[in-house]
Write a protein that binds this ligand. Structure first.
Ligand SMILES: CC(C)(COP(=O)(O)OP(=O)(O)OC[C@H]1O[C@@H](n2cnc3c(N)ncnc32)[C@H](O)[C@@H]1OP(=O)(O)O)[C@@H](O)C(=O)NCCC(=O)NCCS
Length: 190
C-alpha cells in the first residue's frame, strides 16, 4: 500500500496522500469552485459528478476500491505549509502484463496556480509509479493549447513522444493531444 511509505510522497511544497472519506467536503468545494476552470480541459464524466458531500464520499470510496484492485491510484495534493487540499493527481488505467503502464492526470485549484504545485505533484506521482507500484511506463497527454499542462509535463521530466490527432474527447470535442511518456530506465530521481 502506498500509504505505508509516506516519505516517498512528500515534497517541499506539496505532499500526496490517498483520499480519505473525510476529504469529501474539501474535494467537493474545490471541484465546484473550479468547474469553469477545469471544464475546458476534462473529458465529460461517465457518471454524474458528485453534487453533495454524501455523493463525494461515495466517489472517494470508489477511488479506494480502485486502488485496492490495482486499477488506479488517486491522491489529493496537499500544501505542506497548512495541509489544505490544493489539487488532485491520479495514476489511472493501470495495465500490468507486458505493458506495466499508468496514465497520469491532474488538476490544481485555479487560486493556487503558478506556485509549482502541479510540477512537484507530478514528480512525486512518477516516483510512486516506478518506485512503489513497480510500473515500467507512465504516460500523459495534453492539448497543445493547454500551455500550463504542457509546461508541467516538460518541467517534471516527461519525454515528448508525439502528436495524436483527435486523441481524446474533451468537453464533447475530439481534441488533438501532445503525448508524453517516461519509462523506469529514464527515471533519475532518488
Ligand atoms: C495545468 C495545471 C495543473 C497547472 O497547475 P500549476 O500548479 O499552476 O502548475 P505549476 O505551477 O507547477 O507550473 C505551471 C507552469 O505553466 C505556466 N503557465 C501557467 N499558466 C500559463 C498560461 N496561461 N500561459 C503560459 N504558461 C502558463 C507557469 O508559468 C508554469 O511554468 P514556469 O514554471 O516555467 O513559469 C492547472 O493549470 C490546472 O489544473 N488546469 C486545469 C486542468 C488541467 O488542465 N489538467 C491537465 C489536463 S492534461
Amino acid at each position: 500500500m502506498v500509504t505505508r511509505h509516506e516519505t516517498l510522497i512528500k515534497g517541499s511544497l506539496v505532499y500526496l496522500r490517498p483520499y480519505e472519506t473525510d476529504d469529501a467536503r474539501a474535494l467537493l468545494d474545490l471541484r465546484v469552485r473550479n468547474a469553469d476552470f477545469f471544464g475546458p480541459f476534462e473529458p465529460r464524466p461517465v457518471v454524474e459528478p458528485p453534487k453533495t458531500i454524501e455523493d463525494q464520499r461515495r466517489a472517494i470510496e470508489q477511488m479506494m476500491k480502485q486502488a485496492a484492485r490495482d486499477a488506479s491510484y488517486s491522491f489529493g495534493i496537499f500544501a505542506c505549509d497548512n495541509d489544505r487540499l490544493v489539487g488532485q493527481i491520479r495514476l489511472t488505467q493501470i495495465f500490468r502484463g507486458a505493458l506495466q503502464r499508468a496514465i497520469v492526470g491532474y488538476f490544481v485549484d485555479e487560486a493556487e496556480n503558478r506556485k509549482g504545485y502541479a510540477t512537484e505533484a507530478l514528480r512525486l506521482a512518477i516516483r510512486i509509479a516506478f518506485k512503489e507500484l513497480g510500473l515500467h511506463r507512465v504516460e500523459a497527454g495534453a492539448m497543445p493549447r493547454n500551455i500550463a499542462s504542457n509546461r508541467v509535463l516538460v518541467k517534471a521530466g516527461m519525454r515528448p513522444e508525439g502528436y495524436a490527432p483527435r486523441y481524446l474527447q474533451i468537453n464533447g470535442e475530439w481534441e488533438d493531444h501532445n503525448l508524453f511518456g517516461l519509462t523506469a530506465e529514464e527515471f533519475t530521481q532518488d
